[in-house]
Design a protein around this ligand. Structure first.
Ligand SMILES: *Cc1c(COP(=O)(O)O)cnc(C)c1O
Ligand SMILES: [Zn+2]
Length: 412
């Protein structure tokens, strides 16, 4: 205890240093740069680095957040890192792991960001909090805000999956279904926050989101027995999850707990490949279309930072078709018992696509980041699910059916 001091933030674009609390959002000089806390190596850290606080607050000493800030009471994070099991055997990879972030309280990795942003909002005395979201950030904010009793305003595109919208509504948030795209919802949320003085959780704008998401990297490190993997596959839309993972591993490198960064692989839907375009120096897509709504982003709000982070780790982007994503939903569920939404399962599709393009060492330690629960988008999975077998309520009706086959799995 005791040695915590507020951290300054540096603009990732122009390098301007911001004193603690100077800006909650992007850079005050160039307006676009995402702010990053100053390197941990220069901060004085209290021992032990990892605490016994619940969930992701185990890493409270690595967050640029005051330890006094009021936190949502709902535990977030500390999700399981499980061996790939049958999936590893099917792919011939000896050290495949799955980080199951579907097990967060509202069912997605977004809860990590929301927890830190809410603590920050409480710290600065915000009266209300808002977010623009394709769905998960909204339901996450709604749920954790409910646990704290803070009013939440959610701006989603009209096309957001029903389950995510209903979830946010049940938590008691005000939900605005914007007639337009996610980008329209984003701009409206910015204006509304200015007019009504709400704190804005929107991704990339609010730099505390990345600070929360980085905790998943610490958990991967600890889950592997205090080492970094060789590679992490990350479903990518705006690129904030990816930058969160990058920052987490960079912190561990700054603290000399690891010796090198894992390669970060941005998995994108081929119909929504803006970050892949940025990396390749190609023009951005004019329209985006994919079944994986959580990674459907035309203008990646964290694009430049994500590109920097991918390059710094020797990573790359890989594109996968909607068919491959849906097949991955089924393969992941049937081989591991983890039911993910399409964006969540995209990491597995990405691994399969990567293996077709690159020689991957069979001994390499590879982590698939599974970011959201399948229950959030039943309609997508229903499209490829077989029908249940309709039978009379009699055991005789089961006779003669093929009952003992192994779970269906496309990639055996
Ligand atoms: C938000 C989200 C992503 C992508 O995160 P970005 O920061 O936009 O790249 C991936 N999967 C799920 C389930 C998400 O909710
Ligand atoms: Zn700047």
């Amino acid at each position: 205890m005791g040695s915590w001091k507020p951290r300054s933030f540096v603009c990732s674009v122009c390098g301007r240093v911001h004193k603690p609390g100077e800006s909650e959002y992007t850079c005050v000089a160039c307006y676009t740069g995402v702010l990053e806390p100053m390197s941990l190596s220069s901060a004085v850290l209290a021992e032990p680095i990892f605490t016994e606080s619940p969930g992701m607050w185990r890493y409270e000493r690595l967050l640029a957040l005051s330890p006094e800030a009021l936190r949502p009471p709902m535990p977030v994070g500390r999700t399981p890192l499980v061996p790939g099991g049958r999936l590893g055997r099917q792919t011939g990879l000896a050290n495949l792991f799955i980080k199951n972030d579907t097990l967060n309280p509202t069912g997605s990795l977004k809860d990590r960001a929301t927890a830190v942003v809410l603590a920050r909002a409480a710290e600065i005395g915000a009266a209300g909090i808002a977010v623009a979201s394709t769905g998960n950030a909204g339901s996450s904010l709604a749920g954790l805000a409910a646990s704290m009793g803070m009013p939440a305003m959610i701006f989603v595109p009209e096309s957001a999956p029903r389950a995510k919208v209903v979830q946010a509504l049940m938590y008691g948030a005000r939900v605005f279904a914007v007639r337009g795209t996610y980008d329209d919802a984003f701009d409206l949320c910015v204006e509304a926050c200015k007019r009504f003085n709400w704190y804005n959780r929107s991704t990339a704008l609010n730099h505390w989101t990345i600070e929360g998401k980085k905790t998943v990297a610490y958990e991967i490190y600890e889950g592997l027995g205090n080492r970094a993997p060789n590679m992490v596959l990350i479903p990518t839309g705006d690129g904030c999850v990816l930058s969160g993972v990058a920052r987490g591993f960079q912190d561990l490198l700054d603290l000399r707990l690891i010796e090198r960064l894992p390669r970060l692989i941005a998995v994108q839907a081929s119909g929504s490949n803006a970050i892949a375009c940025l990396l390749a120096g190609a023009p951005p897509p004019e329209r985006v279309k994919t079944v994986a709504d959580s990674i459907k982003v035309r203008v990646p709000r964290n694009g430049p930072l994500a590109v920097r982070d991918i390059r710094a780790t020797g990573g790359r982007a890989i594109e996968v078709s909607d068919d491959a994503i849906l097949t991955a939903v089924r393969d992941l569920a049937s081989a591991t018992g983890i039911f993910a939404e399409p964006a969540g399962a995209a990491a597995l599709a990405g691994l399969q696509a990567l293996r077709a393009e690159e020689n991957i060492d069979r001994e390499a330690t590879i982590v698939l980041l599974v970011t959201g629960s399948g229950l959030k988008d039943i309609d997508a999975a229903a499209g490829i699910a077989p029908s249940p077998v309709v039978i009379e309520p009699s055991v005789d009706a089961l006779q003669g059916l093929d009952l003992h086959r192994e779970n269906a799995s496309g990639s055996a």
